[in-house]
Write a protein that binds this ligand. Structure first.
Ligand code: HEC
Length: 143
């Protein structure tokens, strides 16, 4: 009778240990899902950053062409040539957008012509998306 009780108690202890071990494994299993859930957000974010060069060409014609010429080749005494600019080639799309937003006034030591490059080409209404389109167009005419 006592042996039976002992084995019953041992069995109980063994199952308690099993439960305890099973409980230990769970915390290592739960941290896995977050990285998997975070992944889908990245592929959807990337295409949005691409501008439309066709739309950009239209905006360029109305806002930038007066100084930079209809095809971005520059106008004497006004805007610089964009088609062979090493400055433009050296900037990322984000940096180029930041530059266009800021412009390059005569007071800027980096100004090379003594003529103002106004912020957003003098058109403060331009949105980030439109600037991205302009940058796509500028990339397409750069040689
Ligand atoms: C009022 C005339 C004017 C307008 C409008 C204008 N720009 Fe400019 N832009 C300039 C001048 C002048 C410079 C050269 C500044 C200097 O002396 O460094 C320049 C320079 C630049 C440069 C740097 C080129 C280089 O090689 O250093 C970029 C890029 C540029 N403009 C983009 C634009 C875009 C995009 C627009 C339209 C949204 C625009 N500009 C509208 C006058 C203008």
């Amino acid at each position: 009778m006592q042996k039976r009780l002992l084995s019953f108690v041992l069995l109980g202890l063994a199952s308690l240990l099993l439960v305890a071990c099973g409980g230990d494994e769970e915390p290592t299993a739960t941290p896995a899902p977050p990285p998997a859930a975070a992944q889908p957000a990245e592929p959807t974010a990337a295409p949005v950053a691409q501008g439309n060069a066709e739309t950009g060409k239209t905006i360029f014609a109305s806002t930038c062409a007066a100084c930079h010429g209809p095809s971005g080749q520059g106008v004497q005494g006004l805007g610089k040539d964009m088609t062979h600019s090493e400055f433009i080639a050296g900037l990322s799309d984000e940096e180029l957008i930041a530059f266009i937003k800021q412009g390059r006034p005569i007071s800027d030591p980096l100004n090379t012509t003594g003529v103002d490059m106004p912020p957003k080409g003098g058109n403060p209404a331009l949105s980030d998306e439109q600037l991205r389109d302009i940058v796509a167009y500028i990339r397409s005419i750069h040689q």
